[in-house]
Design a protein around this ligand. Sequence first.
Ligand code: ADP
Length: 303
Amino acid sequence: MSAPLEVRDLVVRYGSTTAVQGIDLDLARGEVLALLGPNGAGKSSTIEVCTGFRAPDGGSVSVLGHAPGDEAVRPRVGVMPQGGGAYPAVKTGEMLHLVEACAAHPIDANYLIDVLGLRPRAGTPYKRLSGGEQQRLALACAVVGRPELVFLDEPTAGLDPQARHLVWDLIRALRRDGVGVLLTTHLMDEAEQLADDVVIIDRGRVVAHGTPAQLTAGDQTELRFRARPGMDTAGLDARLPTGYATSETGPGRYRVQGRIDPGALAAITSWCADQGVLADDVQVVRRSLEDVFLDLTGRELRS
Ligand code: ADP
């Protein structure tokens, strides 16, 4: 069986702007791939090519073994674009049953209405739904045809935490059913929660690729603890090898940045003991995916 998605050396240009400069992506069945990047990184351009809305200017894309947008493959792919896209007067239930009726082997639309919390709004016209409800309906429409591959462009943007968890549960259910899910998101915790694989792109190029655990592993950890306020942090730094930095981030709250290996931990606790202080609430904190993302793509605002 062909992989849901294989992208090789993809290039997308708009006139003299090269938006995507040689991206590779691989998505297997039953896998969630998160495509992350700041605004303007090239995510939408990549998805437009993968969904057959735009022809590539270079490289190749294979969707379930076919060219994107190929007639043979279209019913096997679900797309949830940003900003919904339903007739304003159509009612929630009607819309979903309409899409269900077009599919050969649909998922039961009533099940999706329940699972996405839309039952009380089943008779409400699309234009009267809240933004979050419109988004959940768009997601239901993307998956009701029982696709083998789905593209979800910021599926939980603007949703409240309850709705976000409903959507996460549905994405996990899709994965269990062997669906390949390509997801874009600005929410790093969403990528950490859901993704098997993460690709971070910036200025049209892949800047990092790996599982969330691989991307957040490494030496950059920190240790936090509580003790009495006003301790001599320079004294602790002097006990540690070069490259460690201790600061008091609030009264009695300390942070030691650097590689927290067993030797460093022992040095910190023995220094506390020498001061007659019991370090409390000691935590070794790994870098989050958000730290990795900001390190790679910078902290300046993108348009
Ligand atoms: P993202 O989805 O990551 O925000 P996009 O794929 O939308 O990124 O955009 C990538 C780059 O291509 C940006 O510099 C953007 O300004 C440019 N771009 C996107 N669409 C067009 C277009 N239709 N015409 C010209 N430039 C575009």
